[in-house]
Design a protein around this ligand. Sequence first.
Ligand SMILES: O=c1ccn([C@@H]2O[C@H](COP(=O)(O)O)[C@@H](O)[C@H]2O)c(=O)[nH]1
Length: 229
Amino acid sequence: MTKLIVALDVDSLTEAEEAVDKLGGKVTWFKVGKQLFTAEGPAIVKMLKNRGFKVFLDLKFHDIPNTVAQAVKSALSIGADMVNFHATGGSEMMRVAVEKNRPNFPDAELIAVTVLTSSGQSVLDELHLSGTPEEAVLRFAGLAKNAGVDGVVCSAWEIEALKKAYGTEFKVVVPGIRPKGSASDDQKRIMTPRQAAELGADYIVVGRPIMKASDPIASVEAILAELQL
Ligand SMILES: O=c1ccn([C@@H]2O[C@H](COP(=O)(O)O)[C@@H](O)[C@H]2O)c(=O)[nH]1
């Protein structure tokens, strides 16, 4: 069953609490990203954990291996259930992050970002990354899997190929989700919640279609209905 993660992309703890008060009865997972964490820090994760939610701390670390491993440790120590880093940091960076943290946090989900869902072919070309987005995602996911990572962030367009190549146990966390009729915003590789669920997404991540909706509760309910296959 595909799980919904709501991206709490707001500016302050107060706004986050308001959103959680509204949506908390419907969802289990919230994502805290750079916007909110930079403003409020660990307090936001603690608030969510105190209220019993699962937290994806989406800080997409990318640094030397020791720094990433220590940052992952800090993220897990404040209560994050899922943490991520860029696969483009390389195999050693990912392996050290996993090896240093797995023993103390056996249940944490350590996830690698492959190709951002806002990137299409032109970004790969500009960066001289070879192949199509799907080929690059598969290549980065292979490095992540060999490094002991639990799964990847990718778009829904790559789910099928990833599950075929690396098995159903290898988690796929999928942003770039847009219910029919919603604006794509800056996202390039998008699909609907239903399509992502049918393809086997373990998690979908949804921000603006919920947070900017005139009725966020109705938006969550409609998305959850699409996930019921
Ligand atoms: O490839 C990626 C990785 C992370 N994200 C994050 O997910 C949400 C999506 O928000 P929407 O408003 O639904 O577009 C956002 O917090 C991103 O930082 C991503 O979109 N793509």
